[in-house]
Design a protein around this ligand. Structure first.
Ligand code: NIG
Ligand code: FE
Length: 435
C-alpha cells in the first residue's frame, strides 16, 4: 500500500502558508471542523481537510481508497513532523562535571579558555571510534524521533582539523542515510580554536586561515555539508573573522548560518543581517544578547524581503543557569521570524526534546504554544532552506506527521517533560509508535 489516510484527529495544525513573522507567528493553520483527515500518497501529502473533502480528493485523483492504510488519530492533535534546526548531534562523552563547576560559579567561556568546555568534547570525540560515535548518535536520534523530530540539522565542530571535521560530516551523512530522521549537515570548523593552536600568539587568526584555506575547500570538494556555521562570540570568533569564513563558504556553495550573540553582543545579529541580501544568511541562532542595532538590522532585513530566521535556543540559556533569555517577543513584534531548536550538545543543552524546548520558550520567553509550534515546524524548515518541502501539511510536501497524545496545541508544551508523541510518520511511513 502506498497510501496512508489519517482520520479521527481532534485538530490538524497544518502550518500551511509559508514562513511566519509578526502576527502570523501565532497562526498554526488549524483545521478542526468536519473530522479533519490527511491523505498521503507515495510519501507526500495528497490532501488535508474535512474528512469528506479528503475522500473526494482521493477519488478525484483516480486513486482507489483501499490502497490507503487507515490510521486512527484517536481524537488527538496532528502536526507536521518537527524540525530541529540546530543540533551538535555527533560527539563523545559528557560534560556533567563541568556543569557542576559552572553551578559553583565558573563561567562557560572561562572553562573553554582553560582547555575544557568544547575542547574537552573535541578530545573525547577525536579519540572515539566511528562505531562509538555512530552508536551514541543513533540512540539520540531514536529519542528525538520519539519526541516528534523528523528532520534535524547536525553540525560538525568537535573535530577542528580537516580530517576530523570530514570524518564527522561523513558520519552525519551515514546517519542521515540510515533514517528515518532526515539530517541536514552543517560544517562548524569555527566552533573553537583547537588545542594545537593555543600556544601561538596569532592562534585565532592562524586557525581561521586553516578553516578558510584547508578545511572549507576540503568540505566543499566532498560535497558533504549544506551550511557553514561559526561561533561568533566575543572571545571566540569575531564578527570580522566570521564574515570572512562565511564569505568563503558562500563562494564554495555552503549557505551561511551563525551562532550569534549567545552570551554578549558580538556583532552577530548585525553580520547575519548584512549577509541576508547577498550570500543569504538562513539563520542567526541563540541571539540571547543581541545589540539594539542588531535587532533593528534583522527587522530591516525581514521587512525588505530578506528574512533571517532567529533560531532561539532557550534550553541552552536555561541549562547555563542564565536568567536572561533571547527577547523573542521583541523579535516577533519587530517582524523577525522566530524558530526554536534544541541546540543538542553535551556542554550547554543535553536535551533531545523539542516539546521541552517549547515549554521553556513559553515559560521564559512568553511565546504562546501556537507561536512555539510555528517555531519548531514551518519556521524551522525555512531556517534550513527546506520550507518548500517540509514543515507543513500541504499537498505536495513530504508526508511527515506526528500524532500526539494530547488533543490541542496548548497541551503540547503544557505537559512539562512528557514524551507526548504517539505515532510518527516520515515520508508516509509509520516509523515510531509509543508503547
Ligand atoms: O550552541 N556555543 C557554542 N556551541 C554550543 C555549545 C557547544 C558545547 O559547549 O559543546 C552552543 O551552545
Ligand atoms: Fe550550538
Amino acid at each position: 500500500m502506498t497510501g496512508l489516510l489519517v482520520q479521527g484527529a481532534s485538530a490538524v495544525a497544518t502550518l500551511a502558508g509559508g514562513l511566519r513573522r509578526g502576527g502570523a507567528q501565532g497562526d498554526a493553520g488549524m483545521v478542526s471542523e468536519g473530522a479533519p483527515a490527511i491523505a498521503c500518497w507515495e510519501g507526500r501529502i495528497l490532501a488535508v481537510g474535512a474528512s469528506g473533502d479528503v475522500e473526494r480528493e482521493i477519488a478525484a485523483a483516480g486513486l482507489p481508497i483501499n490502497a490507503f492504510r487507515r490510521l486512527d488519530a484517536g481524537g488527538s492533535l496532528v502536526t507536521p513532523g518537527l524540525v530541529d534546526a540546530h543540533t551538535h548531534l555527533v560527539f563523545a562523552g559528557t560534560r556533567d562535571l563541568e556543569w557542576q563547576m559552572r553551578a559553583r560559579g565558573a563561567g562557560y567561556l572561562e572553562v573553554l579558555a582553560a582547555g575544557g568546555g568544547i575542547l574537552s568534547t573535541v578530545a573525547a570525540t577525536r579519540a572515539a571510534s566511528d562505531q562509538e560515535l555512530m552508536d551514541d548518535a543513533r540512540r539520540r536520534l531514536a529519542e528525538m524521533l520519539g519526541n516528534g523530530t523528523t528532520t534535524a540539522e547536525a553540525k560538525s565542530g568537535y573535530g577542528l582539523d580537516t580530517s576530523s571535521e570530514l570524518r564527522l560530516l561523513a558520519l552525519i551523512g551515514r546517519l542521515g542515510g540510515e533514517g528515518p530522521v532526515e539530517l541536514v549537515p552543517t560544517y562548524l570548523g569555527a566552533h573553537a580554536v583547537p588545542a594545537e593552536y593555543q600556544a601561538r600568539a596569532d592562534r585565532t587568526e592562524a586557525y581561521v586561515a586553516a578553516v578558510i584555506g584547508e578545511q572549507l575547500p576540503a568540505v566543499a570538494r566532498q560535497g558533504i555539508a549544506r551550511f557553514c556555521d561559526v561561533f561568533c562570540e566575543k572571545g571566540v570568533f569575531s564578527a570580522d573573522q566570521s564574515r570572512r569564513i562565511l564569505g568563503a563558504a558562500a563562494d564554495l556553495g555552503l549557505g551561511p548560518r551563525l551562532h550569534a550573540d549567545e552570551l554578549a553582543p558580538s556583532g552577530g545579529a548585525e553580520l547575519a543581517a548584512e549577509l541576508a541580501a547577498g550570500a543569504g544568511c538562513a539563520s542567526a541562532d541563540h541571539l540571547a544578547a543581541p545589540s539594539e542595532w542588531g535587532v533593528a538590522a534583522l527587522a530591516r532585513a525581514a521587512s525588505v524581503g530578506h528574512p533571517v530566521v532567529a533560531t532561539l535556543l532557550p534550553a541552552t540559556s536555561w541549562f547555563l543557569g542564565k536568567h536572561h533569555f533571547a527577547p523573542a517577543r521583541r523579535f516577533i513584534d519587530a517582524g523577525i521570524p522566530v524558530a526554536l531548536a534544541t541546540d543538542l550538545n553535551p556542554g550547554t543543552s543535553p536535551t533531545l526534546s523539542l516539546p521541552l524546548v517549547m515549554s521553556i520558550a513559553c515559560v521564559e520567553m512568553g511565546l504562546t504554544p501556537v507561536e512555539a509550534l510555528v517555531a519548531v515546524t514551518i519556521n524551522a524548515a525555512h531556517s534550513l532552506r527546506l520550507g518548500d518541502t517540509i514543515g507543513s501539511i500541504e499537498p505536495g510536501k513530504a508526508a511527515d506527521l506526528v500524532i500526539w497524545d494530547v488533543p490541542s496545541v496548548q497541551q503540547l508544551p503544557y505537559w512539562l517533560g512528557a514524551r507526548p508523541a504517539r505515532t510518527v510518520v516520515k515520508g508516509g511511513r509509520v516509523v515510531f509508535e509509543r508503547g
